[in-house]
Ligand binder design. Structure first.
Ligand code: ZN
Length: 380
């Protein structure tokens, strides 16, 4: 029986092969460089047409979020456009915690990942496509440690400063799919929601705040092993130039409204986290956040408010996290949006689970909700 082959030496690739026997492989995930975090995987299997693969990803008890594996099915694609799911099961007692992925590809080449990847090449297509649109400005806010640009798209003629930024945690690739949906709405000259938002707001959109981690196949950190969403109190040029560049640009414009876009490994739902414990917390600022949640929940069945993170007590906010820092620093209504790696269990999709398509639709719905939120605020 010929052996399958497994490769991961490409943009956002991550897997180590421990052994291969026929169509069964024993694998492990490489840690983020200079960090102990690991959870993101992305690899190619070849020599596999019509054969049942059994892929065992081992040692996951030590992964960043062991709670992410129960009820999780690996993402799989044969054409690199449509990402479905391969039936997977987690056994915490096998080989340090093992996810067993089973799949029979039609093609001789199949791709597996923790979530549908968003490549740096696609990122550059997104930037160039948006930059071609009338009225869209492009700025390089700074550079990453590996020398990649921190791209920012700016559009709109209004005076409300809106910041949308994604992929501080690079393995949370759904965040850049979300940006794609939001940008589609905002740059479509025929879209009435986008047109109105552009009249009211100036948008600053950073589709990928951590290009080095993305390219290196990291879950959570940049090239120096720094978790960028713990750097917002005192970012440095040496360790976290990505955050320093974004925060400096925010200082220039001010911020009225901000969404920091993420993915959550364990919770099978979409939810928002706020800024409840910041020192300058006010009932008015909180009411703005609560009102946005109410609007979004009414507008899409893919958003809910039952499941989420525990809320920080008064004065207990962690100001190294961007949402808290931005809410404190600018008095903004700031929020962290979390989408699932698994699925929205209130509205599950057997074929795809949570997907790029649903992330993009949510991006569009978040823009519709923003317009409603701004309109109500004007009336009040
Ligand atoms: Zn995150």
């Amino acid at each position: 029986m010929t052996q399958i082959q497994i490769d991961a030496a490409f943009d956002s690739g991550n897997i180590e092969v421990l052994s291969i026997s026929g169509t069964t492989a024993r694998l492990k995930i490489r840690k983020d460089h200079q960090s102990d975090f690991f959870q993101w995987f992305h690899f190619r299997v070849s020599g596999c047409a019509g054969r049942e693969l059994e892929l065992k990803i081992t040692g996951l008890g030590a992964s960043a979020y062991p709670g992410g594996w129960d009820g999780y099915n690996a993402a799989v694609s044969e054409d690199r456009e449509f990402w479905g799911r391969a039936t997977s099961s987690y056994d915490k007692s096998e080989d340090g915690g093992t996810l067993t992925v089973r799949y029979i590809p039609d093609a001789n080449v199949a791709w597996f990942a923790y979530f549908a990847p968003y490549s740096m090449d696609r990122h550059h297509d997104l930037i160039s496509g948006a930059a071609l649109e009338l009225g869209v400005d492009h700025r390089v806010l700074g550079r990453s440690l590996d020398g990649q640009p921190i791209d920012c798209l700016e559009l709109g003629e209004g005076d409300r400063q809106v910041w949308l930024y994604a992929r501080q945690h690079p393995g949370e690739s759904m965040a850049e799919w979300w940006i794609e949906g939001a940008l589609d709405c905002l740059t479509d000259p025929a879209d009435p929601v986008g047109r109105k938002l552009r009249q009211l707001c100036r948008f600053h959109i950073v589709p990928n705040a951590n290009p080095d981690g993305s390219y290196r196949g990291h879950l959570r950190t940049n090239a120096a092993g720094m978790n960028l969403n713990r750097e917002w109190a005192s970012p440095s040029a040496e360790k976290s130039p990505e955050v320093l560049a974004i925060r400096n640009a925010m200082d220039e414009t001010g911020v009225h409204f901000a969404i920091d876009v993420h993915g959550d490994e364990a919770i099978p739902a979409v939810f928002l986290a706020g800024f409840e414990g910041i020192p300058s917390h006010s009932p008015q600022q909180q009411a703005g956040f609560d009102r946005y949640k109410t609007i979004l929940e009414r507008r899409t069945p893919d958003f809910q408010t039952r499941l989420g993170y525990p809320v920080a007590g008064a004065g207990k906010a962690n100001l190294t996290m961007s949402t808290n820092q931005v809410a404190q620093r600018f008095g903004a209504v700031a929020m962290t949006l979390e989408m699932p790696f698994k699925d929205n269990n209130d509205l599950p999709c057997e074929a795809q689970g949570w997907s790029p398509e649903r992330s993009a639709i949510l991006g569009r719905d978040c823009m519709g909700s923003l317009l409603e939120w701004l309109s109500e605020a004007t009336l009040a």
